[in-house]
Write a protein of this length. Structure first.
Lengths: 116, 111
């Protein structure tokens, strides 16, 4: 099983709403990632979790709040978003082991978020 | 610093070979990856190459790496209409988890 799943596929929310994006993998990967992708642009890293602990926050505004409740799940809580936050939000996971190795990142299908 | 560049667009005819090019600047890159993204979908990992390799072949895909020139290419043999997508190269620098992506190349395959 090399699948990363994300829910919901699409989300429309107002600027005062609170919503959450969910990501799940059962590959035993201990590193999980959130990326943001605007139209016609490459993905941009937002957060990295390693062994359920936040290890990288790429200066993301606090209206985005990640959570890693266990080794298979990753959430992104959204609150008071702006229209410019509309994008495709991608989750990825990879093995987390010491030493060398490709540490391929496997991506989910993404959640298409529209903020009105 | 890290900077990965790709040409924006490539059009080929079905059955021809496609070659997508990528240049990177960080000499401490350890692994370089190729991802495919179809419209409205996530990224699919196609292949990767370790930086001490020159070439890697996987079925219709051939990756060539010129480390001296920091140039990476992906050749798709016998290109099919289902290969139409955006192709991203990405590098991972030693000691970092994060990937740095190129801007993506849109491959259009004409029947």
């Amino acid at each position: 099983d090399t699948e990363v799943t994300q829910t919901p596929k699409h989300l429309v929310m107002g600027m005062t709403n609170k919503k959450s994006l969910k990501c799940e993998q059962h590959m035993g990967h201990r590193a999980m990632y959130w990326y943001k992708q605007k139209a016609k642009k490459p993905p941009e890293l937002m957060f990295v979790y390693s062994y359920e602990k936040l290890s990288i926050n790429e200066s993301v505004p606090s209206r985005f709040s990640p959570e890693c409740p266990n080794s298979s799940l990753l959430n992104l809580h959204l609150h008071a978003l702006q229209p410019e936050d509309s994008a495709l939000y991608l989750c990825a996971s990879s093995q987390e082991r010491g030493g060398a190795g490709p540490k391929e990142q496997f991506f989910g299908p993404g959640t298409r978020l529209t903020v009105l | 610093g890290e900077d990965v560049e790709q040409s924006l667009f490539l059009s080929v005819r079905e059955g021809d070979s496609s070659v997508i090019n990528c240049t990177y600047t960080d000499s401490s890159s350890t692994y370089l990856y190729w991802y495919k993204q179809e419209p409205g979908a996530g990224l699919q990992l196609l292949t990767y190459i370790f930086s001490n390799m020159d070439m890697k072949q996987d079925q219709r895909l051939t990756v060539l790496l010129n480390k001296k020139d920091k140039h990476l290419s992906l050749r798709i043999a016998d290109t099919q209409t289902g290969d139409s997508a955006i192709y991203f190269c990405a590098e991972r620098v030693t000691g970092r988890r994060a990937l740095t992506f190129g801007s993506g190349t849109r491959l259009q395959v004409q029947p």
